[in-house]
Structures are given as C-alpha cells and as structure tokens.
Design a protein around this ligand. Structure first.
Ligand SMILES: [Zn+2]
Length: 152
C-alpha cells in the first residue's frame, strides 16, 4: 500500500532522475503491518551510489550499509524496490537474475516508459521474489495487490 501523494512523488523523482533517457530507481522503505506492506519513503539508487545510473542500473552492493543505516534511522525497512524501463514493464533477464534484496517475498516494481506519465498498479510490473522458485508476477492483479490510496 502507498499513499497517493507519496506515489506521485516517487514517480516524479524517477522521471527527473532518468531524464527520459536512462533507467532510474530506488528502494521503497516502509513498515509491515501484518501481511500488508506500507510504503513510507523512497531512497533513490543514485543518492546512495552516484554512479548507479548508467543507462541500465548498476548498483554497488557494498553501499547497502547506507541503506540499512537509513532504515535504522527512520525506523523503517526495505519493503520493495522500484525501477523504470524504457518501454514496457516486463522483467529483463538481468532483473530476474539479480533481485535487489535476495529475500523470499521481496517485491520489485517496474515502471514503464521512464515514468514519463503517472501510472498506477495495473499499469506497472509487480514481481515477488520466491528464492529458488523464481518470481511470481502480480502485475495483472494491479490494485487488488498494490493499493495506491488518497489517505493512509
Ligand atoms: Zn529492469
């Protein structure tokens, strides 16, 4: 779940950082509330690793310590990651092979068209990492899986 104003902010950041010509992305920090993950904050890859945006994304894993310290500071955890694609929102071979957080249940969101337009669940990729079982694709479930709401 994500508040609509925060979701719009995240998409604006992704669009601005990608300049319409390169992929951008970041970690989505939040809280687990039972089975529901609530997104509370966005941590852009290029704020953690200034060299991360190279057309496609190459994130330096040694910088994860900064991510964990931000989580501790804010009292949040990484609940998902998000990145843009130039075209559609299918996972690439690289995306499938390299989960940002290789933990069962981790969610990876993909925003099409470099986040050129505001898009909502139903128009984005939503993939759940299942360890050695690969990935579950929740994209078609859209708002039934990922609710973007005006209040929360
Ligand atoms: Zn990708």
């Amino acid at each position: 779940m994500c508040r609509r104003s925060l979701w719009n902010h995240i998409l604006r950041e992704l669009k601005a950082r990608g300049c319409g010509e390169r992929e951008s992305g970041g970690f989505l920090l939040g809280r687990k509330d039972g089975d529901t993950r609530v997104i509370k904050s966005f941590l852009a890859y290029d704020d953690i690793d200034p060299k991360a945006l190279r057309g496609h994304i190459v994130f330096d894993g040694s910088r994860m310590d900064f991510v964990w310290s931000e989580c501790r500071r804010l009292g949040l955890q990484v609940v998902a990651d998000v990145h843009t694609h130039p075209g559609g929102y299918r996972q690439s071979k690289t995306d499938r092979a390299n989960p940002m957080i290789p933990e069962r249940g981790h969610l990876a969101l993909i925003i099409p068209n470099f986040a050129e337009k505001v898009c909502l669940p139903g128009q984005i990729g939503i993939f759940e990492y299942r360890g050695r079982d690969g990935w579950l694709d929740h994209s078609k479930a859209g708002a039934d899986f990922f609710a973007v709401r005006r209040f929360r």
